[in-house]
Design a protein around this ligand. Structure first.
Ligand code: SAM
Length: 286
């Protein structure tokens, strides 16, 4: 098949690439890669390989490595190419650029310079996981990678506990056990969750269950590959006020009053402000 038969107008083309299976690339992405004047990429080796698989020659076009931490001079070089009327196709190593990947600083700078920024959409692990994870997709919050340090991870999870949508996290396989354990301890063992591993690849695995079950299931497994963790929103509970008060008293033993209120509100699916008021009342009593 011949790709890129029509010339491209000048602009920055943000090209999504497969997250596993090489054929998960769109025909338009192949057109753009075949006809862009300049190819730029987070990882030039991976991008060359992808182009080879699909029979797209680089020819004498420049292939420029770019990461948001690249020197400003690389960014300026790419922007100058567009300003001079050329098309620049940018890809990250896998999936959609800018989504937990480089490209944001480049796209923002292009926008600020009033240069066209064009989306060439395609795969992303966030959406792939949501489609197979079995949790509601009406609303979701992408949390990216949680912090590595336990205390910071706990704070981040406590903050996200009351979000009224499915939480989506990217996670390293090495930290999966710790992350599931901390999520169970912070958000409650009963919350539903899913571990989506190696999506679109040979060893794809979807494990669904409560955070308690998943933390147990993965505690003695050493996991390889790439992982997305989905966590359900807190569900409205019919817990009685005495139970909520007991949970608040317990949480206030170790947490600041604000964090205790956030945690309990998240666990019981209650408005945070209401629980905070109750916590202030308890503090006053004591
Ligand atoms: N930009 C990419 C996207 O749109 O999905 C994400 C890049 S981020 C640096 C890499 C992380 O995405 C991995 O650590 C993993 O959490 C997730 N990921 C990427 N590919 C995956 C796959 N095939 N299965 C599960 N998770 C994946």
């Amino acid at each position: 098949m011949n790709y890129g038969t029509k010339p491209l107008s000048a602009g920055l083309y943000l090209v999504a690439t497969p997250i596993g299976t090489a054929r998960d690339i769109t025909l338009r992405a192949l057109d753009v890669l075949a006809s862009a004047d300049v190819i730029s990429s987070e990882d030039t080796r991976t991008s060359r390989k992808l182009m080879d698989i699909h029979g797209i020659p680089l020819g004498d076009r420049p292939l420029i490595a770019y990461h948001d931490h690249s020197a400003d001079v690389v960014r300026q070089r790419l922007l100058s190419q567009i300003a001079e009327g050329r098309s620049v196709a940018y890809m990250s190593e896998a999936g959609t650029p800018l989504i937990a990947d480089p490209g944001f600083a480049l796209a923002r700078a292009a926008g600020e310079a009033r240069l066209p920024v064009i989306s060439v959409p395609g795969p992303s692990a966030v959406l792939a996981a949501l489609t197979v994870g079995g949790l509601p997709t009406d609303r979701f919050f992408f949390g990216g990678f949680l912090p590595n340090a336990k205390a910071a991870r706990h704070t981040a999870l406590t903050e996200l506990s009351p979000v009224p949508g499915t939480l989506v996290f990217y996670e390293s396989p090495k930290r999966l056990n710790d992350m599931l354990r901390d999520a169970r301890d912070t958000l409650g063992a009963d919350r539903q969750a899913a571990v989506c591993r190696e999506l679109t690849k040979k060893f794809e695995e979807i494990a669904r269950g409560s955070l308690g079950d998943l933390a147990d299931q993965f505690s003695d497994r050493s996991v390889k590959g790439e992982v997305v963790v989905l966590i359900d929103r807190a569900r409205q509970s019919a817990a009685d006020p005495a139970e909520i008060e007991a949970a608040l008293r317990e949480a206030m033993k170790t947490l600041r009053i604000k964090d205790a209120a956030t945690l309990v509100a998240g666990s019981y699916g209650l408005p945070r402000r209401e629980v905070y008021q109750a916590a202030l009342g308890l503090e006053k009593d004591e």
